[in-house]
Design a protein around this ligand. Structure first.
Ligand code: BDP
Length: 717
């Protein structure tokens, strides 16, 4: 009797343990947690993963195998080792060149390019096996990560036959990291790159960083800030850059550097940086040769020139093409590329800031060397919570244009606000430029289909630092993840990506997956609502961009002031960019311009981006514009409260440390969303001079109170 009672207790205790979420996760493992698969699936996956056959060897094949050993071991709860010959359930990895077994299978690999892969269930000598085959070792690595993802998200693999390849050639992170390890617009701690202890000490995190990127197919990383320091190009730093490149190479990741245009003067002792001066050209050629001696597969340069005070070719009355081509000529013999940013605007130029990049770059179409890519921010202004797509997309058929997304949430609540950016990027990529008729989406510009670009690029400003969770918050990991997935496939679905990430990061229980995905899918719209509804933008506090500052009107440059962007007056609010205003609409294809330029047809989400609208004019809901603004601001806060409630309910299924962090961040977000709502309503009400709609609470404080808030130590600045 006592025995059975004790047994019962033991069983209850075991059951409790089994149903308890894994303890003490802090997010370090990202979406590569490889937590054990639950019962019905475990047996299936075990029988399809009994050992790994790898013929031939290379650092990259070794990395692929190591990931499979680690991942399959964790997922199946049983050691999966390298084996010498094919047995039932073996996983065979390699290329036709490295593996006679794979060569003998005559697999259809020709269409997979250099980085694609094939995963297929086959029989080898009568035994069941799964092959991961590719034309290159890095393709095999990507295939290994894909197989693991399928298991992590509980997909059947017994009959698998899956081929995939990336749609963009360059899939690149841009780190805005400084040499003192501060990060411009970084909210996740210090830079991962510990320049002080490099090159000797290679922090194991560098390898985990590479693994995470390779799991998404990210194949390039720019190590330093676009507001760059020429010292990165000097030998002591090139030694350190080499060490990082050596760690990343097996994972298919090339290193790039942001080049300071005036470097020939600062570290080269020349009196000029004029791109047409032969001494300057010779200096850059020699510098490129030197860099390639350190890093033979160096990717090339990223350049921010003549933008926000950075030096550039226009200092010498040369064009962006002159500047880019000089650098392109220097790296061309080594197979490098130059990524030249189109984020330019000038104070002397009174033209609407939304028009300036187009005005400067379109006349240069076709004038760039063939190893130059022009990198364009998604919208015409600057990474705002919502912008229409940049009119440059579709307007430069003779110049490869790359996409620049901002993963770090400078304008969407730093690391504390839960905002899934997949929906924002999908909105931009799906937007139809109409330049070659309907269906000319931005995605098809970017992946080169539309204009047959010789190079294609998707870049993202990284949100990665040395915080334990890498991104400064659990949910910001989803943005790193989504960026990588969209870079691989610009036509991917934000919802599918959110679901994948959720399954890998939080668990496969539908009771978790469904509510978390719903939270994510609505989260960015909530930020738009409580910060910048109905097409408003750039209403942030000065410098650090933390919190609202719609009243700011005293900055040096007109187009740094929020009042420049919202143009609220006694009559109404919004920037007239139609023919009666700046006519920025004319930079879009006629079919698009006709919609954006028409007050009746413009999508409401862009209403005040393109139109100055009277406070009492009616909008889609039937309310007046003023009432609608108040409703949207309030709705944004309500959505955040709803996310917090959902999250509380999910506590039993989530490990305590990660759950608590998200819970507390949602509380911060609730406070800050309320701050945004109240401050914005207080300010706009002082101009509109209209009462709040019935049932909507007045701001908690006076306008003066909000105007007096100062936060000089806000991060990232
Ligand atoms: C702005 C950021 C600034 C960057 C700039 C850029 O506030 O820190 O240097 O973008 O992209 O949004 O160059």
């Amino acid at each position: 009797m006592r025995f059975f009672a004790a047994l019962r207790l033991l069983l209850i205790a075991l059951a409790a343990l089994a149903s308890m979420p894994a303890l003490a996760e802090d997010g370090y493992d990202l979406w590569l947690r490889y937590a054990p698969v639950e019962a019905p699936w475990a047996a299936r996956y075990r029988s399809a993963a009994t050992g790994i056959v790898q013929e031939g060897d290379s650092p990259t094949l070794g990395a692929a195998r190591a990931e499979l050993v680690r991942g399959l071991g964790g997922l199946t709860g049983r050691a999966v080792e390298r084996v010498d010959r094919v047995r039932n359930g073996a996983i065979v990895i390699g290329t036709p060149a490295s593996s006679p077994l794979i060569a003998g299978l005559n697999l259809p690999l020709t269409d997979l390019g250099n980085e694609g892969f094939l995963i297929r269930a086959v029989r080898i000598g009568g035994r069941r096996a799964t092959v991961i085959a590719a034309n290159s070792d890095v393709g095999v690595l990507y295939g290994a990560f894909r197989l693991l993802r399928l298991i992590q998200t509980r997909q059947p693999i017994a009959e698998i036959d899956l081929a995939d390849r990336p749609k963009a050639e360059f899939r690149m992170l841009n780190h805005w990291d400084n040499l003192d390890r501060s990060i411009e617009r970084g909210y996740a701690g210090l830079s991962l790159w510990d320049w002080q202890t490099l090159p000797r000490f290679r922090d194991p995190r560098y390898t985990d960083y590479a693994r995470a990127n390779a799991s998404l197919g990210i194949n390039g990383t720019v190590l330093n800030n676009v507001n760059s320091n020429a010292d990165i190009l000097t030998p002591p730093y090139l030694e350190k850059v080499r060490a990082l490149a050596d760690v990343f190479r097996p994972y298919g990741i090339r290193v790039y550097l942001s080049a300071r245009f005036s470097a020939p003067m600062e570290i080269g002792g020349l009196p000029t940086a004029d791109p047409l001066d032969p001494r300057v050209r010779a200096w850059w050629r020699a510098k490129a040769d030197e860099i390639y001696r350190y890093v033979p597969d160096f990717g090339g340069f990223l350049v921010k020139a003549n933008s926000e005070g950075q030096p550039g070719p226009q200092d010498y009355r040369r064009t962006h093409a002159d500047g880019a081509n000089m650098l392109a000529e220097a790296v061309a013999p080594h197979g490098g590329i130059v990524v030249w940013r189109a984020f330019v605007y000038s104070n002397e130029n009174p033209e609407d800031r939304a028009r300036q990049a187009y005005s400067e770059f379109v006349p240069l179409d076709g004038r760039f060397r063939d190893n130059v890519i022009v990198q364009v921010k998604n919208g015409p202004i600057d990474f705002q919570p919502r912008e229409p797509f940049s009119p440059l997309f579709g307007a430069m058929p003779g110049t490869p244009l790359g996409m620049e997304f901002q993963i770090t949430k400078e304008y969407l609540g730093f690391n504390t606000h839960l905002a899934y950016l997949g929906t924002m990027w999908e909105e931009v990529l799906d937007a139809d430029t109409h330049v070659r008729g309907p269906g000319s989406t931005v995605a098809r510009v970017i992946d080169g289909q539309l204009h047959n670009y010789r190079h294609t690029l998707v870049a993202g400003v990284a949100n990665i630092g040395n915080s334990r969770s890498w991104s400064g918050s659990q949910f910001d990991q989803a943005n790193w993840y989504a960026f990588g997935r969209f870079a691989w496939d610009p036509e991917a679905s934000a919802r599918d990506i959110a679901e994948e990430w959720t399954r890998m990061t939080w668990g496969n229980d539908p009771a978790l997956v469904q509510p978390i995905v719903e939270m994510m899918m609505g989260s960015r719209e909530a930020v738009v609502d409580y910060m910048n509804p109905l097409g408003l933008n750039h209403l942030f506090a000065t410098g650090h961009h933390y919190g609202p500052g719609p009243w700011v009107d005293d900055l040096l440059r007109a187009d740094w002031n929020p009042v420049y962007f919202h143009r609220a007056d006694a009559v109404g609010i919004g920037f007239d960019r139609t023919r009666t205003g700046s006519n920025a609409v004319a930079q879009y294809a006629p079919a698009v311009a006709a919609v954006f330029g028409d007050r009746q047809r413009v999508p409401e989400r862009f209403l005040l981006w393109f139109h100055h609208v009277g406070w009492d004019e009616r909008v889609g809901s039937g309310r007046t514009l003023w009432d609608e603004l108040v409703v949207r601001y309030t709705q944004g806060v309500e959505t955040v409260r709803g996310m917090a409630r959902t999250w509380d309910r999910l506590a039993p299924g989530i490990d305590p440390q990660r759950h608590a962090e998200v819970r507390d961040f949602l509380a911060i977000q609730t406070d800050e969303a309320t701050w945004w709502r109240d401050a914005s309503i207080a300010y706009f009400q002082s101009i509109a001079r209209r009462p709040l709609p019935a049932g909507y609470a007045a701001p908690a404080h006076s306008l003066d109170y909000y105007r007096a808030i100062r936060t000089p130590y806000a991060p990232g600045h």
